[in-house]
Ligand binder design. Structure first.
Ligand code: UT7
Length: 335
């Protein structure tokens, strides 16, 4: 029997015509840390510099009693409830993160168990600050291929576990939290709610962000990453718009990774120069949440929705970027 005949006997899963976001949720630890709090800890910085150069006024930091998985569970459970589904409907859990205490066990299996999605497929995605958009792209493909009907996609980070609180170039930026979405099938291609992902990497810049395992500290060459982000990320976002068959003027809300408010504004300016509307709403969640890496995009959208700044059915553009360097973006219809 030939190989061709053998493989012809395999049955393929039946997928959905398209995927969409069905639910959204987020979680932040209670402890608020202001810029003055950091300066008072002996870091040579001040409120004015941080507001001016990064745009952060305060951030949330988890205490030792709250783990990355705890935050993923909180955000994930809210997203499932928001979708109108029950945890047992979730077939796969993906947790995008880059700050688990060790490579194993992963965050997703524990999260699945604790939210009641028992026996769900469970894996982590590490695309650093681009991780959520990578995971959302994978989830959309899983639903379309029929590998899973409902996928819980979470971005969760406990950045504070990996910060050197004496390094003023990093400890003032990063923070903790989680954001989540439920991805499920759309009845027809016309109802598609997640556009094709535009992703890639710039591995030649690998040295610019990382974690030093010897010192347990996150390091970054801030200026090099800033230059890269302000020149290379707008084209990625515009490519995602093109892949979705839209034009920049179709975008209602721009939700980029909340790395630095100056980067967010620089990329938004380039989108407007490329045809995005003057009234394009731009997420600025970094101001009160800090940079939460893979959690920042779903958390920002959830906060905008709670504030009435985004409505169901509006068109949002996501783009994430970070260590690797990695980047990814897509257009979505807001849940
Ligand atoms: O999320 C993953 C991707 N990461 C990013 O996208 C981060 C990208 N980079 C950045 O956001 C910015 O480069 C930083 C926020 C990290 C730094 O801002 P910057 O405007 O690039 O500052 P700089 O490193 O050029 O430093 C400017 C000055 C320096 O002083 P001198 O040499 O001009 O006297 C620094 O020593 O500011 C000083 N400085 C600070 N002063 C007070 C640097 N950090 C601080 C601080 N407080 N925390």
């Amino acid at each position: 029997m030939s190989q061709a005949t053998r493989s012809a006997r395999l049955r393929l899963s039946a997928g959905a015509p398209a995927a969409r976001i069905l639910g959204l949720g987020s979680f932040q630890p209670e402890q608020v840390v202001t810029n003055d709090d950091i300066a008072q800890r002996g870091v040579d910085t001040n409120d004015e510099w941080i507001r001016d150069r990064v745009g952060i006024i305060e951030r949330r930091i988890a205490g030792p009693e709250t783990s990355l998985v705890d935050m993923a569970v909180e955000a994930g459970a809210k997203a499932v409830a928001d979708s109108g589904l029950t945890p047992s409907d979730v077939g796969t859990v993906i947790v995008a993160n880059c700050t688990m205490p060790s490579g194993i066990p992963n965050a997703a299996a524990q999260t699945a168990d604790r939210i009641g999605a028992r026996a769900a497929g469970a894996f982590d995605v590490n695309g650093a600050c681009a991780g959520f958009c990578y995971a959302l792209g994978v989830a959309s493909d899983l639903v379309r291929a029929g590998s899973s009907r409902h996928v819980l996609v979470i971005g969760a980070e406990k950045m504070s576990d990996w910060l050197d609180w004496q390094d003023r170039s990093t400890c003032i930026i990063f923070a903790d939290g989680a954001g989540a979405t439920v991805v499920g099938p759309a009845a027809s291609a016309e109802e598609a709610g997640i556009g094709p992902v535009a992703w890639g990497s710039a591995g030649e810049l690998v040295h610019t962000i990382g974690i030093n395992l010897a010192t347990h500290g996150l390091y970054q060459e801030g200026q090099a990453v800033f230059r890269w982000a302000t020149t290379q990320i707008a084209p990625v976002a515009l490519h995602a718009v093109e892949l979705a068959g839209l034009t920049p003027a179709d975008i209602d809300v721009f939700v980029p990774h909340q790395a630095n408010l100056r980067i967010v504004e620089a990329v938004a300016k380039r989108l407007r120069a490329a045809g995005a509307r003057a009234d394009l709403r731009v997420a600025d969640d970094i101001v009160y949440s800090g940079n939460t890496s893979s959690a920042s995009i779903p958390m920002a959208l959830d906060h905008m929705r709670a504030a009435g700044q985004v409505q169901r059915g509006e068109i949002a553009l996501f783009v994430g970027f970070g260590a690797g360097l990695t980047y990814a973006g897509q257009v979505v219809v807001c849940p």
